[in-house]
Design a protein around this ligand. Structure first.
Ligand SMILES: C[S@@+](CC[C@H](N)C(=O)[O-])C[C@H]1O[C@@H](n2cnc3c(N)ncnc32)[C@H](O)[C@@H]1O
Length: 410
């Protein structure tokens, strides 16, 4: 059955996601780019393929009901229009997650409850019992999206959001070793896509000198090795009744993805000034399957970005440098707090980084993600591109600097 799947993504990454969907499903795929996501025409197989292969989508949502609303009870009526017995039994569990854009409703919690009530009432009427709620690992994950006038109820075929690739150490989360503000995998992938870096030999070596948990280098390495982002994880659709008939298509998709894995043809380098972070990133990369003897896709080194020499004559730097109250720049250029500009990283760090690049990195292209809109003037470099991207709620720019010998302004 063809349906309009909705794939939300980070604001700024919509056009890149549209291109990715065509790469995964074929160039004739019908799709529509909206703010915050892409609508893609597809079926159960397309939903599986996108879950397995998309690096940029946050989820793959399957629409079940849509309608105009003004009050919470309208949401109940919209949800009651679905034949829920096709999706859930009384013995199973559900979760409803609500997102809203300028919704007039006072309580989104109440909106969430009305959808849950609609499902539970429908199942109780048909079977005498009601399913229960499980917010952590439900059988049926539902997503409610509210615009100012319309509501859509989706099945979240991903379950856990897609930025969870399965390689991050869940136990690390509580122990302050997640990295200082690690990037989401989906945003790291969007940076690489915007840079046009696809892991081919012609794309040139890649270096992230401020790698933190290693997210950018690991995404890059998986791309270079042809490792599908979803190979190491499970998805919501695997527990859903309408996908039971598609188990063999799912096996075929996974086998094809597995067969595509190959040793990289391009070098990837990464490191951090902190040994603890370089070590942590190395362990993440091991779990992501890119450091096996057959792959050896990333070379890590603990080093100060302000002193590190280029590992190749030409290449691409991709990084989100330290910024903000929580993250201090360390190493040679780090300055006392009075020198901080704009509330975080010292301006001198960027000035020193730029002069280091001008001196040693001629021939390289740098892609730097930062919420600091004055980055080019702090670096005394003229950007050749400035791509709007959102890091969660934080508005950023991905700046491109071409390090041409003698081109520096200062
Ligand atoms: C915003 S975090 C990068 C996050 C990373 N992209 C990730 O996904 O985890 C910035 C990193 O820069 C590192 N750093 C700060 N000063 C540095 C320097 N002088 N040289 C190299 N790394 C530095 C910090 O230790 C921190 O891990």
């Amino acid at each position: 059955m063809l349906i309009d799947l909705f794939l939300p993504c980070a604001a700024g990454a919509e056009a890149l996601l549209a291109e990715e969907c065509k790469r995964v499903l074929g160039p004739k795929t019908r799709l529509l780019t909206a703010r915050g996501g892409v609508t893609v025409e597809g079926d159960e197989r397309a939903a599986m393929a996108l879950n397995l292969e998309s690096r940029l989508a946050q989820r793959v949502l399957w629409p079940l009901a849509h309608g105009a609303y003004r009050h919470e009870h309208d949401l109940y009526d919209i949800a009651r229009g679905v034949r829920w017995s096709d999706w859930i039994t009384a013995q199973q569990t559900l979760r409803v997650e609500t997102t809203a854009q300028r919704s007039p409703l006072r309580s989104l919690n109440f909106a969430t409850l009305r959808i849950k009530d609609a499902v539970c009432d429908a199942i109780r009427e048909s079977s005498g019992e009601r399913p229960s709620v499980d917010t952590r690992a439900p059988d049926l994950p539902l997503a409610l999206h509210l615009t100012p006038t319309h509501a859509t109820v989706y099945v979240d075929t991903s379950g856990e959001p897609l930025f969870k690739r399965g390689w991050r150490d869940a136990r690390a989360a509580g122990r302050d070793v997640t990295g200082e503000a690690p990037l989401k995998e989906t945003l790291a992938a969007a940076m690489l896509a915007a840079a046009g870096w696809q892991g081919r030999a012609g794309d040139g070596p890649l270096l992230d000198p401020c790698c933190g948990a290693g997210t950018i280098a690991i995404e890059a390495a998986q791309i270079a090795c042809g490792i599908a982002p979803g190979l190491e994880r499970r998805f919501g659709f695997e527990r859903l009744a309408p996908w039971r008939d598609h188990a063999s298509a799912w096996r075929t998709l996974r086998e094809a993805a597995q067969a595509r894995i190959h040793a990289p043809t391009v070098a990837i380098f990464a490191g951090d000034v902190s040994f603890r972070m370089t070590d942590f990133a190395t362990r993440n990369a091991e779990r992501a399957g890119v450091l096996s003897p057959a792959m050896k896709a990333i070379e890590f080194k603990t080093a100060d970005a302000l002193q590190r020499l280029p590992p190749a004559e030409r290449g691409v730097l991709v990084l989100n440098p330290p910024y903000g109250e929580r993250i201090g720049a360390k190493g040679r250029g780090a300055a006392p707090r009075e020198d901080f500009e704009g509330g975080g990283t010292p301006a001198s760090f960027f000035a020193e980084l730029a002069s280091h690049w001008k001196r040693h990195y001629a021939g390289w292209t740098a892609w730097v993600l930062s919420p600091e809109m004055r980055l080019p003037s702090l670096m005394r470099l003229k950007e050749s591109q400035r791509v709007p991207m959102w890091n969660g709620p934080i508005e950023c720019r991905l700046f491109r600097f071409d390090m041409v010998a003698g081109s520096a302004r200062g």
